[in-house]
Design a protein around this ligand. Structure first.
Ligand SMILES: NC(=O)c1ccc[n+]([C@@H]2O[C@H](COP(=O)([O-])OP(=O)(O)OC[C@H]3O[C@@H](n4cnc5c(N)ncnc54)[C@H](O)[C@@H]3O)[C@@H](O)[C@H]2O)c1
Length: 341
């Protein structure tokens, strides 16, 4: 049985469901939950995840979320805590296959929330995205800011809209009293085990630097982002879900230290001792169908600092070294790297 704050009142291990648990962030989260003794079930269709990411000790159901909630392994069981990370992640995937990405992000979340409401499970943490802020109206993004999107003819905004709908759905359930939820807007999250093939900038740079190939910087490279190590992020997720005062609320989570993409490329070259050159690639070449980039993206972390005393601890240079080491082992992340939390 579960209380809204996620505290267990029985002696058995906490039953936890992690959707997207074979993915980058999900696999780090699963490792930390297993480490503290939770009984973890993963649902992942491996569309971008990798079964080799899954730490020993979790029950793995290879299926979509909507498929899995009808299966006997999950049945009508109640989960004490749920982390919903399964999604078509990032603007790049949406640009490549918008219909699939939009349907995935909205349908899977709706199906999961219906299942959790029916079984009396929860609370649930919804992994949302800084993309929800859309076109920045300010330099620093705060949770209660208005959001502004471009026209529907520009595909990139559909990712933001899907994540916004997910937030509305979860908060709707919360206010109706059917499931307790917390919404977490993740900013750029990086670390060992992340792969570059879905467009994520840092693993792309590290992979290129290790191969001695050019580091391709889109635009003029002066756009800035804040990168947070996945181990800092994963440390914070259970605390957000287990702090009763956080339920029903939206939190930014990430680092608030900006770096330009050109500086990031130079840092990767320096840290890895690579002789790769850095080349600027016009957006029109990277995205022939049109793209609108955000110049700066930085979270206001006041709310999450106040709620759980969150502070990112792992420096970007360390993260770069750990990504490179994991790539050197064919993408495998060691227990020591996961445990750095
Ligand atoms: N990495 C970041 O910087 C970042 C930033 C903002 C938000 N997020 C959010 O965090 C979550 C995890 O992202 P990630 O970086 O680990 O990406 P990821 O692609 O590694 O993980 C997503 C996982 O979901 C799985 N999945 C996709 N569709 C599914 C479906 N229909 N049913 C079951 N499983 C499905 C994939 O196979 C994958 O394992 C996502 O919700 C994403 O939107 C990530």
């Amino acid at each position: 049985m579960t209380e809204r704050g996620g505290e267990r009142s029985t002696g058995r291990p906490r039953r936890v469901l992690v959707t997207g648990g074979a993915g980058f962030i999900g696999s780090h989260l699963v490792a930390s939950l297993l480490e503290r003794g939770d009984d973890v079930t993963i649902v992942d269709d491996l569309s971008t995840g990798d079964a080799r990411n899954i730490p020993d000790g979790a029950l793995f159901i290879r299926d979509t979320v909507s498929g899995a909630v009808g299966r006997s392994e999950i049945g009508r069981e109640t989960f004490d805590q749920v982390y919903h990370l399964a999604a078509s992640v990032g603007v790049d995937l949406v640009m490549r296959d918008p219909v699939r990405a939009i349907e995935t992000n909205i349908e899977q979340t709706a199906a999961l929330l219906r299942f959790l409401a029916e079984t009396g499970s929860g609370p649930v943490l919804i992994a949302s995205s800084s993309e929800v802020y859309g076109k920045p109206t300010r330099r620093v993004f705060s949770e209660d800011d208005d959001v502004v999107y471009g026209p529907t003819t520009i595909t990139r905004w559909s990712y933001a809209c899907t994540k916004a709908i997910d937030e509305y759905l979860a908060l709707g359930h919360h206010h109706a009293g059917t499931i307790a939820c917390v919404v977490v807007r993740l900013f750029n999250t990086v670390g060992p085990g992340q792969v570059g093939r879905y467009g994520m900038v840092l693993p792309r740079f590290v992979e290129a630097a290790l191969r001695g190939e050019p580091l391709r910087v889109f635009g003029d490279g002066t756009q800035t982002r804040c990168f947070c190590d996945v181990r800092d992020v994963v440390r914070a997720l259970p605390r957000l879900l287990e702090t009763p005062a956080c339920l029903g609320r939206v939190f930014n989570l990430g680092s608030d230290r900006p770096i330009s993409i050109l500086e990031l490329a130079e840092m990767v070259r320096r840290v890895l001792g690579s002789s790769s050159e850095v080349v600027l690639v016009p957006y029109s070449e990277a995205y022939p169908e049109g793209y609108e980039d955000l110049r700066h993206r930085r979270p206001d972390l006041a709310r999450v600092r106040e709620a759980i005393r969150f502070e990112p601890l792992i420096g970007l240079e360390q993260t770069i070294r750990d990504i490179a080491d994991a790539i050197g082992r064919g993408g495998r992340v060691t227990a020591a790297e996961r445990a750095e939390m």
